[in-house]
Design a protein. Structure first.
Length: 271
């Protein structure tokens, strides 16, 4: 249903002539879907949607490696990094492990979950992220892909480095030092042309740009590139939340243009 939200005064030919209804489509709030861990990401259903129930969110890929070298499970995120870390991703949380050259991933199709790719200012995706210890030169992190499968943003930690990195059109040392306690990461688009803000561990990195010509986000992927073969090196994550702002429907846009055209035609010839 199309309805007027407000009627500002319109001035034509230097005089106040009418109040023009500004139209909007049916009143709609942002679409927000939040998913928490229910089972390992290789199982189905693997998640519980807040306010809805069990659903499958993740696609697991161990790259053909044996379960000894790479896999997934449901566990307590406080158990990694020496067992003394805070439960940054909660209990239970999704867990993935990898060693001996294995590259293990869990990918969520944002376009399928939100009904469209994230491409509008205000669209966002967040995740609780809790890595364990990481062998030298090995790395773990989160990648965001566009609709062509291009990595447009990556947040990661490489074993032996001091800080986490944020990569898009440039590589940034975030200044966030290694922690096994976990924290929330969040990517929020600030325009429809690929500008975004990234938040991690309470810090905000503004004026970022997606590394893509498409300027959208179609999926999120958590990866473990052989962090190590002990439970202290498991990677946990939880609470995937996707927020998509309402799109302006073609009907709403055309109706608004029609009202504007009618107002102009009604007052032609005034002096």
């Amino acid at each position: 249903m199309i309805r007027p939200l407000r009627s500002p005064v319109v001035v034509i030919c230097g005089a106040i002539v009418c109040c023009l209804p500004i139209l909007a489509g049916e009143s709609r709030a942002d679409l927000v879907r939040t998913f928490t861990a229910l089972d390992g990401v290789s199982q189905a259903p693997d998640a519980n949607e807040v306010g809805a129930g069990p659903v499958n969110v993740w696609t697991f890929d161990a790259g053909g490696t044996s379960p000894v070298n790479g896999g997934s499970f449901l566990g307590n995120s406080a158990a990694n990094a020496g067992g003394a870390s805070g439960a940054g991703a909660g209990n239970p949380a999704w867990g993935i492990y990898a060693n001996s050259g294995a590259f293990v991933t869990a990918t969520a199709d944002i376009a399928a979950l939100a009904g469209r790719n994230l491409s509008l200012a205000g669209d966002s995706v967040s995740l609780d992220f809790d890595n364990g210890w990481i062998d030298a030169s090995r790395f773990v992190g989160v990648q965001f892909f566009d609709s062509f499968g291009v990595v447009v943003s990556q947040f990661s930690f490489t074993g032996g480095n001091a800080n986490y990195s944020l990569d898009d059109v440039v590589t940034t040392d975030t200044g966030i030092g290694f922690t096994g306690d976990g924290f929330e990461i969040k990517l929020t688009l600030t325009s429809s042309t690929g500008d975004y803000t990234f938040e991690a561990n309470g810090l905000s990195f503004d004026s970022r740009t997606l590394n893509s010509f498409i300027k959208d986000i179609a999926s999120i992927q958590v990866f473990n590139a052989s962090a190590g073969n002990s439970s202290n090196q498991d990677l946990f994550f939880n609470t995937l939340s996707i927020s998509a702002v309402p799109e302006v429907s073609p009907t709403t846009a055309l109706s608004l243009l029609a009202y504007i055209g009618f107002a102009i035609r009604s007052h032609r010839g005034c002096s």
